[in-house]
Design a protein. Structure first.
Length: 316
């Protein structure tokens, strides 16, 4: 506070704070003189809580922890609606996959879904996409690179068209899970009773049309094994696999896609990888910083260890 204030006039608030500090230092000896040495209190809870109360508390804790987990798990027999989730492991360091995913997302999804908590520029920088390429290929209409990835469709209109407004997808990978998305996007099938002629095994009676019909084609229901709770085939008493005639499996139908099944799986993988990235753009950086923090603590530990030895040297 003794140094010259760079900004010209010294703000009044600063003066007041300095004054109060000065007063505090001035009266401190008086305050200290009033301190009395008190008798050290005996520990208030030397005996601890009664065993019964401790056990009851523990039981309550376990109930409160387990019941919600069970309740959530009970929602469906499987994590992905009528089927177990297919495995997929996002790889946020695979920039090429993420770039392809971004391309699919703006082309196939942004007609209806926004990602309005994200900006084009951030995506371009994070995924190593040059700004001019981003502007030419991934940003449509009059949008500019600094803008949020919002869409023109109004929720009021889309609610009329689809029955539900398509939700924003910025955080969907965290709200659902990458496995759920990966399974959901690959499990649309033909169902003439639905308004769009399709249904979904993961999201029954979904309001979304099968937008990836071009690359995937239109799968149809066929007989397949009924599944037990672990996702394996359900067997009857004599060991035969029980068959679900309605929709136990999906098979290729009349409408073929432009991609093979393997290519399509890869495309959906890329798309979900991108959704995972956009749900937490700092994930890679956060992990990298984590290593530095652990390294710092490791080095600090050496110094603290010797400091501790120094402190206690004369005492033991
Ligand atoms: C023609 C418009 C349209 C397009 C294009 C579209 N969707 Fe949808 N989507 C919807 C609608 C409508 C819903 C709401 C469905 C419901 O709740 O019944 C939805 C729901 C979803 C959901 C479920 C959200 C949730 O958690 O409930 C996901 C995930 C999703 N869409 C992903 C995508 C992806 C990925 C693409 C691009 C491949 C895409 N959508 C393209 C209309 C669309």
């Amino acid at each position: 506070m003794g140094i010259e204030y760079i900004g010209g006039e010294v703000p009044v608030l600063l003066l007041i704070v300095c004054f109060l500090l000065a007063v505090l230092f001035a009266v401190m000896p008086l305050l200290a003189a009033r301190d009395k040495d008190l008798v050290e209190p005996t520990r208030t809870q030397a005996k601890g809580l009664p065993t019964l109360v401790v056990l009851a508390g523990l039981a309550l804790f376990i109930i409160l922890a387990v019941v919600p987990i069970k309740a959530v798990a009970a929602e469906g027999a499987f994590n992905c609606g009528a089927v177990p989730c297919d495995h997929m492991e996002p790889d946020l360091n695979d920039k090429e996959s993420l770039q392809r995913g971004a391309k699919y997302f703006v082309n196939y999804c942004m007609g209806c879904h926004s990602a309005k908590y994200s900006r084009y520029e951030r995506v371009a920088d994070d995924l190593d996409i040059p700004h001019n390429l981003m502007e030419e290929n991934l940003i449509f209409g009059s949008e500019r690179i600094g803008q949020l990835m919002d869409i023109a469709m109004k929720p009021q209109q889309s609610k009329v068209w689809f029955g539900v407004a398509p939700p924003d997808l910025t955080l969907v990978a965290r709200a659902r899970s990458p496995e759920w998305l990966y399974t959901y996007l690959r499990n649309f099938y033909k169902d003439e009773t639905r308004p769009w002629g399709v249904n979904n095994r993961v999201f029954p009676n979904v309001g979304m049309p099968h937008v990836l019909i071009g690359p995937q084609g239109l799968l149809e229901c066929s007989a397949g094994p009924k599944l037990n709770h672990h996702g394996g085939a359900l067997r009857n008493d004599v060991g035969q696999v029980e068959v679900d005639e309605h929709c136990g499996a999906l098979k290729e139908g009349k409408i073929k896609g432009s991609m093979s099944a393997a290519e399509f799986d890869q495309a959906v993988y890329d798309l979900v990888n991108f959704l995972e990235y956009v749900a937490e753009p700092v994930a890679v950086k956060r992990q990298a910083i984590g290593y530095y923090v652990l390294g710092f603590l490791l080095i600090l530990f050496v110094f603290v260890y010797f400091l501790n030895r120094e402190f206690w040297r004369e005492i033991h």
